[in-house]
Design a protein around this ligand. Structure first.
Ligand code: PEP
Length: 256
């Protein structure tokens, strides 16, 4: 399967931004700009905005996602939200293993795997994030780090469940820094991810897998990044908070 058959997914990660009024405004600005997109469009909003976002996007081509979920279905986990709770709201996507979760909230490859399996049980589409730190890149161990993250995150996942998985390659040094991986760097690591998935499952599963790049993607650099065969879309932080910028990236993915 070629890139053109996989179809692109552009997902916005709003992080801890926007109240409900801003959520309505941003979505109403975005709707007309992306209504003829030839790719999947997802916005991952804070938990408190999920219901607002679901109401505002009802009947449109914009899908709604959360930015995390817990691995247990219910119980004494103060402050956590389960995959089933997201499903019940009508949420279709969840980001897991974002580097900010790993860095600030002690997320590990193993807890990412637990959360991922819980999300898959509820039939959510998972955007699982992997990526190396600057130190790891400079020490020449990017592919080892990313391979380990992928292997652990996908442990005990079935071939069938892989249909609900998207991998986002997000070099930590490029997130929110304005520093982007070159298109060749992004393509190289996305290619490594596809190879690792092919080793764990088979070539067919790896060719069907959507792999996004994330890390300071914006309207200026998206064409080059998205033109690469192994880069099937983007996970967009900062630029997803401006309707015009996010829509420009959606346009680029629709063309590429
Ligand atoms: C992200 O948070 O996943 C991200 C890629 O952020 P930014 O686009 O701001 O670098």
């Amino acid at each position: 399967m070629k890139k053109s058959d996989r179809g692109a997914v552009i997902a916005g990660n709003w992080k801890m931004n926007n109240d409900r009024v801003q959520t309505r405004e941003l979505i109403s600005g975005l709707k007309p700009l992306v209504e003829s997109a030839d790719c999947d469009v997802v916005i991952c909003v804070p938990f408190t905005n999920l219901e607002t976002a679901l109401n505002e996007t009802a009947g449109t081509n914009i899908k709604v996602g959360a930015q995390n979920c817990h691995f247990e279905a219910s119980g004494a986990y103060t402050g956590e939200i389960s995959a089933g709770m997201l499903k019940e709201l009508g949420v279709e996507y969840v980001i897991l293993g974002h580097s900010e979760r790993r860095q600030y909230f002690a997320e590990t490859n193993s807890t990412v795997n637990l959360r991922l399996k819980a999300a898959l049980k509820e039939n959510l589409n998972v955007i699982v994030c992997v990526g190396e730190t600057l130190d790891e890149r400079e020490n020449g161990i990017t592919s080892e780090i990313v391979s380990m993250q992928i292997k652990t995150a996908l442990k005990d996942v079935s071939t069938e469940q892989m249909q609900n998985i998207i991998v986002a390659y997000e070099p930590v040094w490029a997130i929110g820094t304005g520093r982007t991986a070159t298109a060749d760097q992004a393509a190289e690591v996305c290619g490594t991810i596809r190879n690792v998935v092919s080793e764990i499952f088979d070539v067919d599963v790896s060719k069907k897998l959507t792999i996004q790049y994330g890390g300071s993607m914006n309207p200026k650099n998206c064409d080059e990044l998205l033109s690469k065969e192994d880069v099937d879309g983007g996970l967009i932080g900062g630029a997803s908070l401006k309707a015009k910028d996010f829509a420009a990236i959606v346009d680029s993915a629709s063309k590429n």
